[in-house]
Design a protein around this ligand. Structure first.
Ligand SMILES: [Zn+2]
Length: 250
């Protein structure tokens, strides 16, 4: 028994030494990473730095969704990100109505970065995801398919104190519209004067339908649940863009 222990000791010692040096290397690496990320004159660009605030117009990197997550849950940070990008989102006092309805982080959205919006009350986090979608999907798709910009986003609102609607009627659960965590888009007006709607332009083989389908797919990158004409007849005339959910995109 005693002999056994003596034989095993060098192995235990070697393992302990290995563990110790691995821990030391990890500490040195962590300190270096912290130094790189946190120092104000970091050489790492902000859109690659998870400790820096989101910029809507910065290139999208693997860090962008983390920055978006942080900005969306902190009202002051969210308002700051929108203001720096020139999004028109004036602050309103938040309110609650009953047990299930109300708007936190409340404001009135009147413009995104390039597109006007008929003024609408919503949450800051909803406006923020809309602005990301506009800048990274909507405007590039308009340029690519239609050779112009989107000058106005057409919508049917965000806040609505109601229960969920399904194709079989009203469900027992509360809609994400009851807390303004959703936004319903019906179409766009283009800088050249054309007006595109889901009802008129979703089907077909032309560039208008290709544009519609691209912005629908693109919205799934910035919202957690997206329902459109492919989902059911209730969504034949609008995209339902929701900031909460588990990735359903139809
Ligand atoms: Zn909706």
């Amino acid at each position: 028994m005693e002999e056994d222990l003596i034989k095993r000791r060098p192995f235990v010692l070697r393992a302990a030494l290995f563990l110790f040096s691995a821990l030391c290397s990890l500490c040195i690496f962590a300190l270096f990473a912290m130094w790189l990320l946190v120092r104000p004159d970091s050489v790492l660009p902000d859109h690659w730095n998870p400790t820096r605030p989101l910029s809507i117009t910065a290139p999208v990197t693997p860090v962008t969704h983390w920055q978006l997550f942080l900005a969306a849950r902190d009202e002051a940070a969210c308002r700051d990100v929108l203001a720096r990008a020139g999004v028109g989102f004036s602050q309103l006092k938040e309110f609650t109505s009953g047990e299930h309805c109300g708007i936190a982080q409340r404001g009135s959205l009147s413009t995104l970065i390039g597109a006007q919006v008929a003024p609408v009350e919503t949450r800051c986090s909803t406006a923020l995801r809309l602005a990301m979608w506009e800048h990274h999907e909507l405007q590039p798709a308009a340029k690519a398919h239609l050779g112009t910009d989107v000058s106005q986003l057409l919508h049917i609102g965000s806040y609505n104190c109601r229960k969920m609607r399904t194709s079989r009627g009203t469900s027992s659960g509360w809609s994400s519209h009851a807390t303004a965590r959703s936004f319903d888009i019906t179409g766009v007006r283009l800088s050249d004067g054309r007006r595109l709607t889901l009802l008129k332009d979703w089907e077909g083989a032309g560039p208008e339908a290709a544009f519609m389908r691209q912005i629908w797919r693109g919205s799934c990158r910035w919202f957690r649940l997206v329902l459109g004409p492919e989902y059911n007849r209730l969504h034949a005339d609008h995209f339902h863009l929701q900031t909460t959910g588990w990735g359903l995109c139809r």
